[in-house]
Design a protein around this ligand. Structure first.
Ligand code: GLN
Length: 231
């Protein structure tokens, strides 16, 4: 017979093409800042998680429909999203940059006239690109994950893509094969999210756990491990 109360298991949606926040390592294990944070927090606060690697937009939709309990996916805290989601204390900061193929001569938004630009469905990068496309005269094409978006730029189908600086900076350092040509715009903070009004206990535990990790140096250690830089 069971003698202890079993720890509750929460389903967490994520996007596994988003290094250094979430990605699959060479053993096909999901690693990165977000994965280490949520796993360590689950351990310290006494809950279990089941990672659902469905992609960013599907994870966002899955939490808003109640299919998943939470999302951790380098998700930017925005006023618009706060209507549907409740965010944790922020754990990182990033802006949006434009990246092009290494030999491209595109240097700024002005050079995008008449061109095709790759974005990822449901992201702030896509929102940003869509807000500028009329003014600068470019078209956008959407992809469900970052790898396919980057490939469209590398193969020359798209002239550029827009993605988070924290992710593209890491990509440039680790041989992604794209170059960044703009300064970070629309800087925002990343948070873990649940559907507004739901999973309040989970949110409380996440925030309590994150505060502990910030205090005991583990947070700093995780950030350093994946970015090579201090938090
Ligand atoms: N930070 C971006 C957003 O929230 C992108 C997240 C992602 O692609 N995983 O829209």
């Amino acid at each position: 017979k069971q003698s202890q109360v079993q720890a509750k298991t929460y389903t967490i949606g994520t996007d596994v093409t988003f290094p250094p926040f979430v990605y699959a390592n060479s053993h096909n294990k999901y690693v990165g800042i977000d994965m280490e944070l949520i796993r360590t927090i689950a351990k310290t606060e006494g809950f279990k998680i089941k990672i659902k690697p469905v992609g960013f937009n599907a994870a966002v939709q899955g939490v808003s429909s109640g299919q998943f309990d939470g999302i951790i996916s380098g998700m930017t805290i925005t006023k618009e999203r706060e209507k549907t989601f409740q965010f944790s204390t922020p754990y990182y900061e990033s802006g949006i940059v434009m990246a092009v193929a290494p030999k491209s001569n595109i240097k700024s938004l002005k050079d995008l006239k008449g061109k095709r630009v790759a974005v990822k469905t449901g992201t702030q990068g896509a929102t940003y690109a869509n807000s500028l496309k009329k003014k600068y005269g470019f078209k956008t094409v959407t992809f469900d994950d970052s790898d396919n978006m980057y490939n469209d730029v590398k193969t020359g189908n798209s002239a550029a893509c827009f993605d988070d600086s924290a992710v593209l900076n890491y990509g440039v350092r680790t041989g992604l094969g794209l170059k960044i040509v703009t300064k970070p715009a629309d800087i925002g903070k990343y948070g873990f999210a649940v559907k507004r009004g739901h999973n309040q206990k989970l949110m409380k535990m996440f925030n309590a756990g994150l505060a502990k990790l910030k205090k005991n140096g583990k947070y700093e250690q995780i950030i350093k491990k994946y970015t090579g830089q201090s938090a």
